[in-house]
Design a protein around this ligand. Structure first.
Ligand code: MN
Length: 252
């Protein structure tokens, strides 16, 4: 749609607010946003606000054993991810962050905070999303409007999988591969280094993350050692497409 330059700037800023669940419904900008995105744009994603503590793992440590072994899951959740959560709360106290507000607010202006905040706010957000995006009962592929959008943006589900797999394989060192929906409603694949993510103002890849893949060695080394591509191929078998779909539905 065509939006005058001045309004469009407001719209873009407000799109970010919609992601983090800030209410915009009563304002003129809110009306613009809703006319672009439908009434669910500013309300549905409130379900995806992230706090400053770990949610319980939604399955047992060994539930994903067909793809990720129980030892890896236990160390990953109870040591690595727990460490990010603890260090995030330390940074939040030191930098006077209101922990009753969504973590997404910090991510959207993370350049104003310390490196410790950037690393641990990202680390906590990314892992909270990662656990929920996995399930022992994966449908194997998306359905409904999500698969239609994937086919429109990447030609086919197989082409999407190949491009996403390459993003994970080719991320040098530690980081994440992502499927995001941009403010233009297009789906994009990309990757970020370390614990950065596409909600951060410092990220080159920007958008609302629908699916994220942890390609740090701690995510796969016990079973797969140096064979990151084998881990990624196995990971596809435990993706929770219902969860990805619900994130997609909340923002479109
Ligand atoms: Mn990790």
């Amino acid at each position: 749609m065509n939006i005058p330059v001045k309004s469009r700037r407001l719209f873009l800023g407000d799109w970010a607010k919609a992601i983090i669940g800030v209410s915009v419904g009563a304002s003129a900008i809110g009306s613009l946003l809703q006319s672009c995105s439908g009434p669910r744009a500013s309300s549905g994603n409130a379900a995806f606000r992230t706090g400053f503590t770990q949610d319980p793992l939604p399955y047992t440590y060994n539930a994903l054993d067909r793809s990720i072994d129980g030892s890896t899951m236990e160390i990953h959740y109870s040591k690595h991810a727990a460490g990010y959560a603890t260090n995030l709360r330390d940074a939040a106290k030191a930098e006077s962050v209101d922990e009753s507000k969504p973590l997404e607010e910090v991510l959207s202006k993370v350049s104003k905070y310390s490196t410790k905040m950037r690393n641990n706010a990202g680390g906590h957000y990314n892992h909270e999303m990662f656990w929920k995006s996995l399930t022992p009962a994966s449908a194997g592929k998306p359905s409904g409007k999500l698969v239609t959008a994937i086919e429109e943006n990447f030609n086919s589900f197989e082409a999407f999988k190949n491009q996403f797999t390459d993003a994970g394989k080719n991320r040098f060192g530690s980081g994440w591969a992502w499927l995001v929906i941009g403010e233009d409603k297009k789906l994009r694949i990309g990757s970020t280094a370390n614990q950065d993510n596409p909600l951060m103002d410092v990220s080159e890849l920007k958008g609302f993350p629908l699916l994220g893949l942890d390609v740090w060695e701690h995510a796969y080394y016990l079973r797969y050692q140096n064979k990151r591509p084998d881990y990624i191929n196995a990971w596809w078998n435990v993706v929770n497409w219902d969860y990805v779909q619900s994130r997609f539905e909340s923002i479109r």
